[in-house]
Design a protein around this ligand. Structure first.
Ligand code: URA
Length: 210
């Protein structure tokens, strides 16, 4: 396995992902499952956040209680499927700042084209969590990371649900400093860039489009 890759194989995540992969799973069910999985992934992504203490008063006595300290977070969703992951992560970390990157895939070249970009100004001081459920060719992911680095981001983690080996390799070649966190590493891409076995088009499955 590549050393830029973390696979989160928590039983709950794996079970929910299996339900999401099934073609008969409805959009509403798919959305609900993705929200739940993203909360579980958020738990994992934030496992090593620095913790300090602050003096507080419980109803019984004062104490030094643990609180998050240090770098703040920015969650950046790659539109539109990234929003499905964003919802659950934001629910768990409501104080995080949020950014959006709009990229669409040119179906002939499979290369990303940017149509929207809005992110917090102080990315250099934040841990940036970049969200997109499917790491396929890796072209969009790598372009989004490059764009965030241009904006000053120094500490970026890429979080997805399903990754293809091809995409993981592209990320490693172009951005060896970025850790990819995924719930599953699938087999390969098909000839039009879909992940096999995958779950289909994550955006379409989320929003009921085709
Ligand atoms: N994007 C998707 O939504 N699904 C894939 O399998 C590949 C890219």
């Amino acid at each position: 396995m590549e050393d830029n890759l973390t696979i989160v194989n928590h039983p709950l995540i794996q079970h929910k992902l299996t339900l999401m992969r099934k073609k008969k799973t409805s959009s509403s069910e798919f959305r609900r499952l993705l929200r739940e999985v993203s909360m579980l992934l958020a738990y994992e992504i934030t496992r090593d956040l620095p913790v300090g203490t602050k003096p507080i008063e419980t109803p019984l006595m004062p104490m030094d209680a643990p609180t998050l300290k240090g770098k703040k977070l920015a969650l950046v969703s790659i539109l539109r499927a990234g929003n499905g992951l964003l919802e659950g992560v934001l629910e768990l970390i409501p104080s995080a700042r949020v950014g959006y990157i709009g990229l669409y895939r040119n179906e002939e070249t499979l290369k990303p084209v940017e149509y929207y970009f809005k992110v917090p100004l102080d990315l250099d001081q934040r841990l940036v969590i970049l969200l997109d459920p499917m790491l396929a060719t890796g072209h969009s992911a790598a372009a989004a990371v490059a764009r965030l680095k241009d904006e000053g981001a120094k500490n970026i983690r890429y979080v997805c649900l399903v990754a293809a080996p091809e995409g993981v390799k592209v990320m490693k070649d172009l951005h060896p400093d970025i850790q990819v966190i995924t719930a599953a590493l699938d087999t390969k891409l098909n000839e039009v860039g879909y992940i096999l076995p995958g779950l289909g088009d994550a955006g379409d499955r989320l929003y009921g489009t085709t």
